[in-house]
Ligand binder design. Structure first.
Ligand SMILES: [Zn+2]
Length: 79
């Protein structure tokens, strides 16, 4: 996934569309050189979190919690 970054200028309301990290940095450099040539580059790069980013971890934890009572019961079963 490459469209996860955008640059937001610190001097004006400019911001890039979501793009790759390298393109966001390139657009930042061009924007600052063109619109704020006398100032050091400022602003920030924002990272977009993909939807369901933490879902695999949540599924893993839920599965382990559901299996825990089964494992405890199996450990107490007499042969
Ligand atoms: Zn600006």
């Amino acid at each position: 996934m490459s469209a996860r970054y955008r640059y937001r200028c610190g001097e004006c309301p400019f911001r890039t569309p979501w793009t790759s990290a390298s393109q966001a940095a390139e657009r930042r450099t061009r924007h600052c050189a063109r619109h704020h040539p006398d100032l050091p580059p400022s602003g920030r790069v924002e990272r977009r979190r993909p939807p369901f980013e933490g879902l695999p971890t949540l599924v893993l934890v839920a599965t382990l919690l559901l299996l825990l009572p089964v494992l405890v019961l199996c450990a107490h079963v007499q042969p």
